[in-house]
Write a protein of this length. Structure first.
Length: 474
């Protein structure tokens, strides 16, 4: 017994010594370490962990220009605002912010900004144009005309807006002269200005072709051109003047409905277009716009019925109807019909690769018919033989169809065209997961997340990675 107690005391002493050495990092035991892989945290927003060098005015402006040209208007405004804070006396960033506020239909903000610029420099032409355009958006047309007519410099965009407002107020000969001057090649007008001015001129020329044409017909033609120029406020005002005199004017109701669509006032668009339909139930154009208005007003089945009838009555271009119907059938979860409509769209235009993405996804995830996804993806790769996205779509579909050899080959081919493309890594992760190669799957998902940088693909890859990790730890 004494011998047993002596041995036990020795063991306890040795254990105590070893634990003391471990605690003080003299020795370590690998089996006591936590070797769990960390979960990927999907960031809600960028949170840099280091202080970056303060950017210069020029750098902020250049970044803003990049965002502007890419259509990322909120980020562009942030960059121009930072530039303005760097050099508060510079007007250029404020002008660009004003233009972007107009594009985003923030007319009050644009008006206030233009007013502040003019307090700094009362002769600034760009600020006056922004102020005039803001007043048009706010339907303060007389004020807009007064501001724009005060500009004496004959820049093409100034001449265009002066001519537009002259036409709106019935000064047709003056409007014609200003608009013709705005498209003068010696003034180097931008293509957008030329196109907008030409639409107004075409409306007046079309009216001139009619002998003894009624004045209200000219107003409807001008309103149609105005809404095409993204000036639905002016169009709406002209059309209500016409309809107060003649409520039976079908085309005025159609263009009014189109104007309300542009303004995203879907309830009023439905009312106007339903009136046009009552006057002429079989006009395809009315039914098409009415379908769009119903869709915007969340009347999805009414939208489908109206668009299907427009298609039967041969509305052109047909691709516009099929594209909208595909979206609507997808929304009501009729995936079979949605996929048929998507394929119709592709039959009209296979040049736009984006048209292939949704139906391939529907075939894989919703209808579970990956063979159809493969057939469609093969069309995409034939139509776009040098596209990383096309080979990614084909590889994705083949993996879904358990053709791992060809799937891997095409996903790798996609990466030869674009090594920073996140989607092929996501799809290879799915492939390895299906094959039971969990470590390789995790590696691919992690790579997709790193490249995705907050994209939908990257976030999905992070979710899949974390699911695999959780399963391993269970």
């Amino acid at each position: 017994m004494r011998r047993f107690l002596t041995i036990l005391n020795v063991i306890l002493l040795i254990t105590l010594v070893i634990l003391t050495l471990y605690v003080f990092d003299v020795i370590d035991f690998k089996f006591l370490e936590n070797n769990e892989e960390p979960l990927i945290e999907v960031p809600i927003a960028d949170t840099p962990d280091k202080v970056e060098r303060r950017k210069s005015y020029e750098e902020y402006m250049q970044k803003g220009d990049t965002y502007y040209s890419s259509g990322m208007y909120a980020l562009a405004i942030d960059s121009y605002t930072n530039a303005s804070e760097e050099e508060p006396d510079r007007i250029e960033p404020l002008i660009l912010i004003g233009e972007l506020q107009i594009l985003q239909k923030n007319y009050d903000t644009a008006k206030n900004l233009a007013t502040k610029i003019l307090q700094k420099n009362e002769k600034n032409t760009d600020a006056k144009v922004i102020l005039g355009r803001a007043n048009i958006g706010l339907e303060q047309f007389e004020e807009a005309k007064s501001i724009l007519d005060s500009i004496t410099i004959d820049y093409p965009d100034v001449l265009y807006y002066q001519g537009l407002l002259a036409a709106f107020f019935g000064e047709y000969e003056r409007a014609r002269g200003l608009l013709n001057a705005s498209v003068d090649p010696e003034k180097n007008p931008e293509e957008e200005v030329k196109a907008m001015a030409q639409r107004i001129l075409n409306a007046m020329n079309e009216f001139d072709a009619y002998q003894a044409g009624l004045h209200e017909h000219l107003q409807v033609l001008l309103a149609r051109a105005m809404v095409q120029n993204n000036e639905p406020q002016m169009a709406k005002e002209l059309l209500w003047k016409v309809l107060k005199e003649n409520r039976a004017y079908r085309d005025a109701w159609i263009v009014l409905g189109y104007s309300y669509l542009k303004l995203e006032n879907f309830g009023d668009a439905v009312d106007a277009l339903e009136e046009a339909k009552r006057q002429d139930p079989d006009k395809p154009e009315t039914l098409f716009y009415l379908g769009l208005a119903y869709a915007g007003n969340d009347q999805l089945q009414d939208a489908i019925d109206s668009l299907e009838l427009a298609a039967k009555l041969n509305y052109e271009p047909k691709i516009h109807i099929e594209q909208k119907l595909a979206e609507l059938y997808f929304q009501i979860e009729d995936y079979e019909t949605a996929s048929e409509k998507y394929e119709e769209v592709i039959s009209f235009n296979a040049r736009d690769l984006e048209y292939f993405v949704r139906p391939i996804w529907v075939y894989i995830d919703k209808l579970e018919t990956p063979d159809k996804a493969v057939a469609l993806a093969e069309k995409a790769s034939l139509a776009h033989p040098d596209s990383a996205m096309a080979y990614n779509l084909l590889g994705w579909a083949q993996v879904a169809n358990s053709d791992f050899i060809n799937g891997k080959k095409n996903l790798q081919k996609a990466l030869t065209y674009d090594q920073s493309f996140d989607a092929p890594y996501l799809n290879m992760g799915t492939m390895y997961e299906k094959q039971g190669e969990i470590n390789r799957a995790k590696e691919m998902y992690k790579r997709a997340w790193e490249l995705g940088n907050g994209s939908a693909v990257g976030n999905l890859a992070a979710e899949k990675y974390n699911e695999l990790l959780a399963n391993v730890l269970m």
